[in-house]
Ligand binder design. Structure first.
Ligand code: TYM
Length: 340
């Protein structure tokens, strides 16, 4: 890179986001987050990571967790995240996250953490494992973001509250200890910011849904995708238009729009006088066509373990170099005695 190119690269805004390695990504993860991560690589300096420390809040078999972490890394690359353009890494490979997480815990109030809807939802769903990590999860997430001085954080709408929390913690820290953190802004992809369950379109599409018909995994085969869309819950009106009182049809329109780039009006026109059968079939095919190359690339990557391990190693080194600069500053600010 010549001097000019270096100056331009450093003027780019920083994007940071993460995804948990708990099961194959859903169409919600893809349209709500990862698809836009891929599109941002040219314009921004992008840092993306597999949030394996966050996944420890859920109890799963350790061997399965290890496998899922490598698989999630391969999935990111298969979705078009290019390690030559973006920094891609596994969260626990950069020790700064755990250290920063503890400091952020000590800057977070019990009251504000108690108000997090994700904590309330998850603890209601899993009353047998309401661990402290689940409660302080947003503090670890705040640390992830602030360590890299991110400008924008592209996430689905379900993460809005955690981002607001991050901004609150950063503002308070800057006030108490002096200007240290940039305040990150959320970046919500227009379409697909919230993809809902195909069987209960009033709740979000989630990896942990027990009904397999409710969720499209990005590795589902074409036949399976078409079948799931065929059985998606709609209504009895037989009219394709976007409306709050038509959550099933609106969700399918959101998905179709996110993939094809068509507006809601375009979609309504396209299916005027046609039944839901045709509409569901078109959405199913659009999704299947979008996911096919990802599935193929994923299979290829997963077979090349040496390449994946090498990319993880490079990512970890780069991430540690960037994050440790902020961490050292933070440690000084709060009065930890640095090793000489
Ligand atoms: P996670 O792993 O639950 O989800 C990853 C991303 O996918 C988005 N998403 C959705 N978007 C639209 N519709 C849906 N149905 C849907 N389901 C999931 C999520 O909003 C998210 O953007 N806490 C984060 C991981 C994380 C993180 C971070 C993110 C840890 N540290 C720092 C950003 C910055 C999480 O659990 O995402």
């Amino acid at each position: 890179m010549d001097n000019n190119a270096t100056a331009q690269a450093s003027a780019k805004k920083i994007i940071l986001s993460g995804i948990q390695p708990t099961g194959v990504f859903t169409l919600g993860n893809y349209l709500g987050a990862v698809k836009s991560w891929q599109q941002m690589q040219e314009e921004y300096r992008c840092y993306y990571f597999i949030a394996d420390l966050h996944s420890l809040t859920i109890h799963i078999d350790p061997a399965k967790r290890r496998a899922q972490t490598r698989e999630a890394f391969a999935l990111l690359l298969a979705c078009g995240i290019d390690p030559e353009k973006s920094l891609v890494f596994v969260q626990s490979h950069n020790k700064c996250h755990a250290e920063m997480g503890w400091i952020m815990d000590c800057c977070s109030q019990f009251g504000e953490l108690s108000r997090m809807t994700q904590f309330k939802d998850k603890s209601a769903k899993h009353p047998d494992n309401i661990n402290a990590g689940l409660f302080t999860y947003p503090a670890l997430m705040a640390g992830d973001i602030l360590l890299y001085q991110a400008d924008y954080v592209p996430v689905g709408a379900d993460q809005t509250q955690h981002l607001e929390f991050t901004r609150d913690v950063a503002t308070r820290f800057n006030h108490n200890y002096g200007e240290t953190f940039k305040l990150p802004e959320g970046y919500f992809p227009k379409a697909g910011a919230r993809v809902m369950s195909l069987q209960d379109p009033t709740s979000k599409m989630s990896k942990s849904d027990e009904n397999p018909k409710a969720t499209i995994s990005i590795l589902d085969e074409e036949k399976v995708i078409l079948k799931k869309f065929k059985s998606a819950v709609t209504d009895s009106e037989a009219s394709v238009h976007y409306s709050e009182d038509k959550p099933g049809v609106s969700n399918l329109m959101t998905i179709y729009s996110a993939i094809t780039g068509k507006t809601m009006e375009d979609i309504t026109k396209e299916f005027e006088g046609k039944g839901y059968g045709d509409f569901k079939d078109a959405v199913g095919h659009a999704v299947a066509d979008e996911l096919r190359p990802i599935r193929e690339e994923y299979k290829r990557l997963l077979a090349d373990r040496a390449y994946l391990d090498e990319e993880m190693k490079k990512g970890a080194e780069r991430a540690t170099a960037i994050a440790s600069r902020t961490l050292t500053k933070v440690k000084k600010r709060v009065g930890l005695l640095l090793e000489s």
